[in-house]
Every structure is written in C-alpha cells, then in structure tokens.
Design a protein around this ligand. Sequence first.
Ligand SMILES: Nc1ncnc2c1ncn2[C@@H]1O[C@H](COP(=O)(O)OP(=O)(O)O)[C@@H](O)[C@H]1O
Ligand SMILES: O=C(O)[C@H](O)[C@@H](O)[C@H](O)[C@H](O)COP(=O)(O)O
Length: 171
Amino acid sequence: MGVSGVGKSTVAEEVARRSGGIFVEADAFHPAQNIEAMSAGIPLNDDMRWHWLEALCLHVRSENCGSGESPVFIACSALKRKYRDFLRERLGPLFIIHLDGDRELILNRLQARKGHFMPPALLDSQIGDLEYPSQKEGACVRFDIAEPIDKIVSEAFSLIENEWREKPRHS
Ligand SMILES: Nc1ncnc2c1ncn2[C@@H]1O[C@H](COP(=O)(O)OP(=O)(O)O)[C@@H](O)[C@H]1O
Ligand SMILES: O=C(O)[C@H](O)[C@@H](O)[C@H](O)[C@H](O)COP(=O)(O)O
C-alpha cells in the first residue's frame, strides 16, 4: 500500500516472483471512468473506489488467480482504513507492506516514470487521503522508499516468508 509512485508495483511484483506467488496489479481493475478521471487530474472519491476494490476482490477470489494455495501479492494504494477493512472482509487477513517516504522523492519518481496514466499533480490528493495503518490493523511493516529497491524487496520477502507464510491465515 501507499500513495502513487512509492514503488508498490515494483516491490510486489519482485517479491511475488521470489516467493513463487501471484502478483496482482490493482490498477488493472479500475473502470475506464476512473482512469479517465485520474488522467484528467481528477482525484478518485470513495464512490469511485468501491467499484474498483470490489472488482479487485472478485478477481483475487476467482479461479483466474490460481488455486488459492499460492500467496497473492497485491499492489494497491489502499489509502484509507475503510478500504483495507473492505479488503480484509473479502480476502481474509492481510500482511501490509506500507511504502512511505518524502513527498519530494515521490514527486521526482512520478515525474521520471514513463507511460503511466497517473499525473504527478495528483500526489497531494493521495497524501491527503492517506490514513496510516495503526497497530490494531494487524500485520503491517513500513519501509522508507529512500532505501534501494533490492533492500526493500529482500526485507519484505524475508518478513513474509518468516512471519506470515507458514502461519494460519484464516481464523
Ligand atoms: N526504492 C526505489 N528506489 C528507486 N526507484 C524506485 C524505488 N521504488 C520504485 N522506484 C521507481 O519509482 C517509480 C514508481 O514505482 P512504481 O512501482 O510504479 O510505484 P507505484 O506502483 O506505487 O505507483 C518507478 O519508476 C520505479 O522504478
Ligand atoms: O486509490 C486511488 O486513488 C487509486 O488507486 C490511485 O491510487 C491510482 O490508481 C494509483 O495510485 C495510480 O497508480 P499507481 O499507484 O500505480 O501510481
């Protein structure tokens, strides 16, 4: 989780590859209107996000997302507590990796990123919507995105392998 440009897709894809798990890009489940809005510099609101999160969950719970035995790594902004609760209600407990960092650093990365619909001008609305996970939300680790990508991926991978994967996930 985290605002646009913090490295969610990059980290989740690589951790999934190392784990032999399944990578899911939440951006792929936005309805066209959401992509059009963001491309035009209009931030999403709650109403626009519920349809998207529902489509994401339907995919993760479907046969298209594997047998249910492989771990699933979702790159999803999940900015507000109520969105994360929605995901937990439908998917079960989550191990959250929260990628976080300085606004200027994120802005630089968004400006350097090519071929993505999300305009850097929307960063401040994303930061405005972000609700930091509290300890009550369960397993969550925050990484500083100033760290090299390999370090973040290696630490995220070993945390998930050692502290999450072998434990029962459904109560
Ligand atoms: N730790 C990092 N160090 C340097 N560049 C990074 C790091 N994490 C991500 N990036 C780069 O920042 C950009 C945004 O990453 P991306 O994975 O698309 O973010 P998100 O999915 O959160 O929007 C990409 O160009 C990516 O290569
Ligand atoms: O909740 C939201 O506002 C959206 O998810 C929004 O976060 C957007 O889809 C991505 O942030 C853009 O894609 P990246 O996060 O991959 O830049």
